[in-house]
Design a protein around this ligand. Sequence first.
Ligand code: SP5
Ligand code: ZN
Length: 350
Amino acid sequence: LTAVWSDTCRQHDPQAEIWVGVRTPAAEVPQRVPVIRDALERYGARLVAATAHGDQRLTAVHDPALLAHLREVHRLWQEAGLPVEPGQDRVVPYVFPTAAMLSGMPARVPTGVHGRAGLWCYDTMTLVGPGTWPAVRAAADAALTAVDLLGPDAPVVYALSRPPGHHATPAGYGGSCYLNNAAIAAQALRDRGYDRVAVIDVDAHHGNGTQAVFWERPDVFYGSVHVDPGAGWFPHYVGHADERGAGAGAGANRNLPLPPGAGDREWLGGVARLCEEVQGHGAQALVVSLGVDAAADDPESPLKVTAEGYAGTGRLLSDLGLPTVVVQEGGYHLPSLGPLVVEVLDALVQ
Ligand code: SP5
Ligand code: ZN
């Protein structure tokens, strides 16, 4: 197994998330990087350092203005002298343009960074600090390096991308995600000459960002199994079963929401169905958005997938026999995070 990582991914330290108005300790912590890295090392993976890639690979998926905003916002926030509580020097928007945009009236982009921050961010859980941009950039570079390394002698390559990416839309960050590492990898595979690519998302949450990127695209299938957003779970607004893509992409999107409390049987049934759809789509390469936050002991989802369920997930993905780039998404229970990632990867490389 080839695994790409970057120590720079540890530099992002959000410290907290503001959830329903309450500052709570962050679940998406820097320690996730060494925890997963150590498990890969014990497993005997070949660890490769991520290499730098140009911005064109990112702007193939994202609005260049989102990149510019993420690169600069923390510095502008500091320069504006906005009030911060001691030791909590993080960007959190307080006003969002949603209602103004939906009104149909002309809405102006504010000049002040405290007004403008909500234009690019859709929640209060996704904080930006001084190390956020280098880490976000390194996470995308890890995914792109995994695409580079994919080949006959490395048919499965894993990218330890952190912070995660699947909630990041073309022009909006949220859900602890800033740039969409999996979508960037899928587009890079398209550009490498794979005419049809599939993304299978097994994070506990729906990948609204990846779905948005490929919504009208027939060449990139997106399929996800996740906790039902209609039952009150993030990302709340999308991820329902009737969302099938639009325009030329109609039919190339499949959501399989599960009720809270669902375990291995329902989960593996969903993964198996996504694999069938990927075969029907005629995909020549696969990206797996691998979150392990559907685990029974994970604090961020009510799903109850076991270690055996994750091994079964890896076996189903392996049976597709496709060149596969695996990109890390969620997974927040630090004691089981590394072992569960290895469960999936070990089954996948067989
Ligand atoms: C990539 C990914 O898994 N993103 C997850 C985003 C969903 N987070 C939802 C947060 C729900 C409230 N969490 C509060 C728990 C206390 N830390
Ligand atoms: Zn998740």
